[in-house]
Design a protein around this ligand. Structure first.
Ligand code: 5AD
Ligand code: SF4
Length: 471
């Protein structure tokens, strides 16, 4: 076994004023096509950040000569890009690892790799060292660019390689990318998170906040525009902190305005922490019609006591103030994330969350039962709420938020909505796409160009989607 680097939470927690080098990714000609004839299967868990990392990983693998396999049973190389955010993401990845162990018993040459957020966890690495010695190699979120070398080293080394850096490394530009979608693209603007919400493992797995240089972001978007991309989503764990670590006077509102001026038809950004959402950002959104009227604004709880314990840095009142400000932009749709069963959440605290949902009537909400994460401050708090009670709360919450999703959709009945057409949705050759407010719509029409932005009349409102037609 070769442990090149193991993760350490103590180091991962460090935040200092270290400067980052910008380096450029490059695969030398002698490495290209080294794996010609081999196939890969990449399984991605978790958020858009991981999905986008996987778009980089696929492009790297294809430069090395790999082609994609239809399923993991047929692949020569299986890579798991993992997520740490909640326990069930863990369990899913370890479930697949169990199946891969069987496969490897009959298919000795199979290469199995693990990357992503779980690789950054001390406990997971220990478990891999103890129980999964047959996994070929592990790398973390800070060294995806090392994949070609790890694969090459694995060819000759025959021992398990663990290379996980606890701390962020250089900022790598020019990573190759194979995008999943031909019309919508993810663009990283900031890596890491410095918010340290007490329940969250991300500041440890993704490291310190590092903004990409604005010129690199704008260049990427200009290129996407030339390739006929219609929509970009600016990505980061906390996009609103953009620029703070890099520039004295260039912030998210400035970047947003510059991106809007590229005239790319649709701009979105996720995820926004309410604390960093400035009035200037709201005004830029109001001014540019190509910034979509849809914001994901996680609230997490409606109780000030719980928000404080979560380390969220805002009160319910401050959240509502921002919420209502955003709602002054016409047709603004707001979605959220909510955690139930945070340690010590009382029935009263929970009812405050329900009250907030009645007030906000979110267009969409992702709701979760609190899941203690290794090494986070909240995991040390006494958690006395029985699981059945947490499940009951989740159900009660879902019932309320779902009812509002439907009501919000019903408000669109008979109205025209603007849709980016993404493809054919069924055997009858109907189409599907997303509205500017990010709602899924299935619709009928004739000879509609995929990748165009069209007006669709809403004919039916369901909880999670709309139906419509173009006459
Ligand atoms: N338990 C439950 N949900 C969590 N989230 C983050 N950490 C946890 C956790 N430990 C949720 C938050 C966040 C979303 C991405 O995942 O709601 O906004
Ligand atoms: Fe986690 Fe909070 Fe950072 Fe979001 S803002 S990634 S919840 S620490």
């Amino acid at each position: 076994m070769t442990i090149m680097q193991k993760p350490s939470y103590k180091e991962a927690k460090t935040r200092d004023k270290r400067e980052y080098q910008k380096v450029f990714f490059h695969i030398s000609d002698d490495k290209k096509n080294l794996f010609k004839g081999k196939t890969y299967y990449l399984k991605t868990y978790g958020c858009q950040m991981n999905e986008h990392d996987s778009e980089n990983i696929v492009a790297i693998l294809e430069q090395l000569g790999f082609r994609s396999a239809l399923n993991y049973e047929e692949a020569d190389f299986v890579l798991l890009n993992t997520c740490s955010i909640r326990e069930n993401a863990h369990n899913k990845a370890f479930g697949l690892l169990g199946r891969l162990k069987h496969l490897k018993e009959t298919k000795k040459d199979l290469i199995v790799g693990i990357c992503g957020c779980m690789a950054q966890e001390e406990g997971v690495i220990q478990e891999i060292l103890n129980k999964y010695q047959w996994v070929n190699f592990v790398f973390g979120t800070h060294n995806i660019y090392r994949l070609p070398d790890l694969l090459i080293e694995n060819k000759t080394s025959h021992t398990q390689q663990i290379e996980v850096f606890s701390r962020e490394q250089d900022l790598v530009e020019d990573m190759p990318v194979k995008r999943e979608n031909k019309y919508k693209a993810y663009v990283n603007i900031i890596y890491g998170c410095d918010k340290f919400c007490t329940y969250c493992i991300v500041p440890y797995t993704r490291g310190k906040q590092r903004s990409r240089e604005k010129e690199d972001i704008l260049k990427e978007i200009e290129e996407l525009k030339k390739e006929n991309y219609q929509e970009v989503t600016l990505l980061g764990q906390n996009v609103n902190a953009y620029g703070k670590d890099l520039y004295a006077d260039y912030k998210m509102e400035n970047l947003l305005e510059d991106v809007a001026k590229t005239n790319i038809p649709r701009i979105r950004f996720i995820t926004s922490h309410p604390w960093d959402f400035t009035d200037q950002m709201v005004e830029v959104m109001r001014k540019y019609p190509n910034i979509m009227p849809a914001i994901h604004l996680p609230v997490q709880s409606g109780s000030n006591r719980i928000l404080k314990l979560m380390g969220r840095r805002y009160t319910k009142e401050q959240y509502l103030e921002l919420f209502h400000k955003l709602k002054t932009i016409p047709n603004m749709a707001i979605s959220t994330d909510i955690i139930v069963g945070f340690p010590g959440e009382s029935e009263d605290d929970f009812n405050e969350t329900l009250d907030l949902c009645h007030t906000c009537q979110f267009d969409n909400a992702f709701t979760f039962i609190y899941s203690p994460r290794e090494n986070t401050p909240a995991a040390k708090l006494p958690d006395t709420i029985p699981l059945e009670e947490k499940e009951r709360r989740l159900q009660r919450l879902n019932q309320i938020v779902n009812q509002y999703f439907k009501e919000k959709n019903e408000q669109l009945l008979e109205k025209e909505v603007e849709v980016l057409v993404e493809g054919i949705s069924d055997k009858k050759n109907n189409y599907f796409g997303y509205t500017n407010t990010n709602k899924l719509i299935n619709f009928t029409g004739k000879n509609i160009k995929i990748g165009s932005i069209v007006k669709v009349k809403v004919t039916e409102a369901k909880t999670w989607s709309l139906d419509g037609k173009i006459d």
